[in-house]
Design a protein around this ligand. Structure first.
Ligand SMILES: CC(C)(COP(=O)(O)OP(=O)(O)OC[C@H]1O[C@@H](n2cnc3c(N)ncnc32)[C@H](O)[C@@H]1OP(=O)(O)O)[C@@H](O)C(=O)NCCC(=O)NCCS
Length: 159
C-alpha cells in the first residue's frame, strides 16, 4: 500500500515548453558541461526524440520536476541520451522510475536493444544501469570533449 501511495505521488509525462526551467535546473546541477535550453527545444521538434519528466503530483512540491530522461527511437533500438534526477531528490527512485518507463517504451515498440553511453568515472550511474540489466559492450575513447574522458557503451538486450 505504501509503495502504491508513493507511486501516485509522481507521474511521468512528456516534457512541455513550460518545463524547460525545471529541466535546466536539473541539467545544470547534474553535468559539468550542461546542454543548453536550445538542445532541449530542438529535441521537441525531432520526430524520433522524446523527453519525459517526473512530475510531483501532490504536497508542497506539487508540479515540480524532479527528474527527466531524453531518448531516441531509432529502428529497433532505443538510445538514452540523458537521464538525471534533481540534486535535492536523489536516491528516491526517480532515475529508476525513468529507466523502467523507457524500458517499457522499448518493449512496446518491439525494440531489441536499449543503449547508452556513460562516463567511465560515473559509478552511481553505472550501478543504476547494471541494476536494470545493462552490460558494458565497448569503450569510446575520449568521447567527452570537455575533459577527454572515455565513455562506456552499455546495452540492454531485450531479446
Ligand atoms: C545517476 C542518477 C541519475 C541516479 O538518480 P537517482 O534518482 O538518485 O537514482 P535512484 O534513486 O533511482 O537509484 C537507483 C540505483 O542507482 C544506483 N545509485 C544511484 N545513486 C547512487 C550513488 N550515489 N551511489 C551508488 N549507487 C547509486 C543504486 O544502484 C541505486 O539503487 P539502490 O538505491 O537500490 O542502491 C543521479 O545521481 C544523477 O542525476 N546524476 C547526475 C547525472 C548523471 O550522471 N546521469 C547519468 C548520465 S549517463
Amino acid at each position: 500500500m505504501a509503495t502504491q501511495a508513493r507511486e501516485r505521488r509522481f507521474e511521468i509525462v512528456p516534457m512541455k515548453m513550460a518545463d524547460l526551467d525545471g529541466i535546466m535546473e536539473i541539467e545544470r546541477g547534474s553535468f559539468s558541461a550542461p546542454w543548453s535550453r536550445q538542445v532541449f527545444v530542438e529535441e521537441l521538434d525531432r520526430e524520433w526524440a522524446q523527453v519525459d519528466v517526473v512530475r510531483v503530483r501532490d504536497g508542497v512540491m506539487l508540479g515540480a520536476i524532479v527528474g527527466f530522461v531524453n531518448y531516441w527511437l531509432v529502428r529497433d533500438e532505443v538510445h538514452i541520451l540523458n537521464v538525471a534526477s534533481h540534486p535535492s531528490a536523489r536516491r528516491q527512485g526517480h532515475a529508476s522510475r525513468l529507466l523502467e518507463h523507457v524500458i517499457g517504451f522499448a518493449h512496446r515498440h518491439k525494440c531489441r536493444y536499449v543503449t547508452l553511453e556513460v562516463r567511465r568515472s560515473n559509478a552511481s550511474a553505472i550501478r543504476l544501469y547494471r541494476k536494470y540489466g545493462f552490460r558494458p559492450v565497448g569503450i569510446r575513447p575520449h568521447y567527452y570533449v570537455e575533459d577527454n574522458e572515455d565513455a562506456i557503451v552499455m546495452l540492454l538486450d531485450l531479446g
